[in-house]
Design a protein around this ligand. Structure first.
Ligand SMILES: C[S@@+](CC[C@H](N)C(=O)[O-])C[C@H]1O[C@@H](n2cnc3c(N)ncnc32)[C@H](O)[C@@H]1O
Length: 205
């Protein structure tokens, strides 16, 4: 049975088997460092990053088909060959589809904060996720997180402290202090327009 019977774009990574792991080489045809944008939304961050860093591979993971189609269109229009998008659940992707020690940076930017206490169990960053994340990252891999939601920010700080196997890293703004190119996402721009503060965290192994 085919894995998918809808037409797909060459910019979409469509696994032929959702029960095996894929290497960076299989997805991109090379072994350049792999970065993942979890819940990539409209893909504006993903595409800007791919354009800026042609020597790296970028995989956007997103569950909504409309957004997948929009990202594919953007990739084609910009002629980018180092970026693909995958329509799948974020944690499943890391846990079952990608190889251990294969992700050089994982970006989780403005994810759904699940603000109500009874929904906190749906937040992606939990102990189980952190264990999967640690297995997925390369030895010098990084996890970068942003949110507009103070409660989710505190939650991630606490989960990280409890997990205790990542080291918090500075996120310098200025290039002379080691700052790096990091465009704003669609949601970050949206929240900032509303006057909200964006909280950011960066961790290494
Ligand atoms: C709040 S939006 C943020 C989008 C983007 N990161 C940004 O900052 O503009 C969250 C995105 O994650 C996607 N998403 C939420 N949960 C997901 C999951 N478990 N697996 C894959 N995508 C998910 C949603 O469909 C949505 O596009």
């Amino acid at each position: 049975m085919p894995a998918c019977n809808r037409p797909t774009s060459p910019s979409e990574f469509m696994p032929d088997d959702f029960f095996r792991r894929y290497s960076n080489e299989e997805i991109f045809g090379n072994d350049h460092p792999l970065e993942i944008d979890m819940g990539c939304g409209d893909g504006s961050f993903l595409l800007d990053m791919a354009e800026h860093y042609p020597e790296r591979n970028f995989l956007g993971v997103e569950r909504l088909l409309g957004r997948i189609r929009g990202v594919c269109k953007g990739i084609q229009e910009r002629g980018l060959t180092n970026v693909k998008v995958l329509r799948l659940e974020s944690q499943y992707t890391l846990e079952y589809l990608l190889q251990p020690s294969s992700v050089s940076r994982l970006h989780l930017l403005c994810p759904d904060p699940w603000p109500k206490a009874r929904h906190h169990k749906n937040r992606l960053v939990q102990q189980e996720f952190l264990q999967i994340l640690q297995q997925s990252l390369t030895p010098d891999g990084e996890f970068l997180f942003k949110t507009d939601h103070p409660g989710y920010f505190e939650w991630v700080c606490e989960e990280m402290e409890l997990y205790a196997k990542f080291n918090q890293l500075p996120w310098p703004a200025a290039a002379e202090e080691g700052g790096f190119y990091y465009p704003k996402t669609d949601f970050q721009r949206h929240w900032e327009k509303q006057g909200k503060e964006i909280f950011q965290l960066r961790y290494g192994q």
